[in-house]
Design a protein around this ligand. Structure first.
Ligand code: HEM
Length: 415
């Protein structure tokens, strides 16, 4: 009998109902670390669950390509996607070398630690304002996922990408519709799914195109201008590539950071000693951010496609087969982490894989760390008590995973 056909690993509804399948991953790591899966209705894949194998695969981008796709999709979705506007939108996360390196270079200078530190004032202002706004909430209760965790990266990314403040709710709604296609609460309304997707594409295009035209006419010293005026090998980026760049930065940066923050707060609510530790020792902040990243692993997996016959851990893989690297499993790998099922904010030696590794290592990692750092410090300084005020609810997603609601009761420190 096979351990699993992979349904639990990839079904959005499984994650919504049960959370991440950690027991199953632990079994797979020990009994079948390169495991063939044929979940009903989805494309088949090899499930990769050990840390060392994910490092091996991610650092050979010629042999394990991103171009054919980075997510496992339903068989019926494949045909729709290829025909839709999104199928023709080419973005770095789905490119391979040498093209990938040339296009990544457009934005990478904007994401160095030094460049991100120049955003510190904006990032700290967002953290301060959001905690100030908590004071106005009735009964000392909030939905931490929507009120704080979603709002913080939204403000910072909108600022970087030149989205005017009044359009922040629109960009949030549109990207939710784009990426939470399996979540009945978040997906775009409309019985005709193809029509709904087409309208969504047009709305997003119009929003970013207005920013692009503005920055071309009035260049500034910001990421929005860098993208609007980018050239690769001396040629300007095409219109779909330019809009795609805005979209990938916003979408890769928003839900991931939001889910790390909401999942991190849940972890602190469940481990009050660790929250107290952070409040008493704010200098532990950088380690705490890494532990939250390891614990929550907001990007659950990335897919690769073998470009030639090869082997992983002695298992033969045929050219054209998919491999799905489960970062959330690697982040609990007993060979790498002591006591991996404990949430410990001052964990020594935490080489968590939440940002991936190798060719596609998260472009926004410095920013994700810096923005979480600012918010946790502000919260730890000003929240005197925290407790659950209801049950958390998981998003219907197996790809970027986390909480859509986290009801929380709190008391703010005076002053
Ligand atoms: C906690 C937050 C975040 C997590 C867990 C995360 C995770 C990841 C992971 C695992 C990858 C690797 C993909 C692969 O190997 O195929 C990645 C790539 C990427 N991330 Fe992040 N990310 C986060 C925040 C951000 C932010 C804030 C931004 C931008 C502002 C961002 C932009 C990107 C981009 C553009 C890529 C593609 C890089 C490439 O293909 O070269 N991410 N991210």
């Amino acid at each position: 009998m096979t351990i699993t056909d992979g349904s639990e690993l990839i079904s959005p509804h499984y994650y919504a109902e049960h959370g991440a399948p950690h027991d199953l991953w632990t079994r797979l790591r020990n009994e079948s670390p390169v495991h063939w899966c044929e979940p009903e209705g989805f494309e088949p894949f090899w499930a990769i669950t050990r840390y060392a194998d994910i490092v091996d695969i991610s650092t050979q981008p010629e042999l394990f390509a991103s171009g054919p796709g980075i997510t496992v999709i339903r068989r019926v979705q494949r045909a729709n996607l290829e025909e839709s506007a999104f199928g023709s939108m080419r973005v770095i996360i789905q490119m391979d070398p040498p093209e990938h390196r040339a296009v990544r270079k457009v934005a990478s200078p904007t994401f160095t630690p030094r460049a991100i530190r120049s955003l510190d004032d904006e990032i700290e202002l967002s953290a301060r304002e959001l905690v100030d706004e908590l004071a106005g909430l009735a009964g000392g209760e909030c939905d931490f996922a929507t009120d704080i965790a979603a709002a913080h990266p939204l403000r910072i990314l909108a600022h970087m990408l030149g989205v005017p403040r009044e359009q922040e709710p629109d960009i949030l709604r549109l990207t939710n519709q784009l990426f939470a296609i399996d979540d009945p609460d978040l997906q775009r309304e409309g019985d005709d799914r193809e029509q709904a997707t087409m309208e969504l594409g047009m709305e997003l295009y119009a929003m970013f195109d207005a920013i692009i035209q503005d920055r071309r006419a009035n260049p500034r010293d910001d990421l929005a201008t860098v993208l609007a005026t980018a050239t690769v090998d001396g040629e300007p980026l095409g219109p779909m590539e330019t809009v795609g760049y805005y979209l990938i930065i916003f979408s890769a940066g928003h839900d991931t950071t939001k889910n790390a923050l909401a999942g991190g707060m849940r972890a602190f609510l469940e481990h009050p000693d660790e929250w107290r530790k952070l409040r008493e020792n704010p200098d532990l902040i950088d380690k705490a951010v890494e532990e939250v990243g390891r614990w929550t692993s907001p990007v659950n997996y990335m897919k690769r496609t073998a470009t030639a016959d090869t082997e992983v851990r002695g298992q033969k893989i045929a050219a054209g087969e998919s491999l799905v690297m489960f970062y959330a499993s690697a982040n609990r790998d007993e060979d790498v982490f002591d006591d991996p099922f404990r949430f410990v904010i001052d964990r020594e030696s935490n080489r968590q894989l939440g940002f991936g590794i190798g060719e596609h290592f998260c472009l926004g990692a410095n920013m994700a760390r810096r923005s979480q750092r600012a918010l946790w410090l502000e919260l730890a300084r000003r929240l005197e008590s925290i407790e659950f005020a209801g049950d958390p609810a998981q998003i219907h997603s197996a790809f970027v995973v986390g909480l859509k609601h986290l009801p929380m009761r709190f008391a703010l420190a005076s002053g």
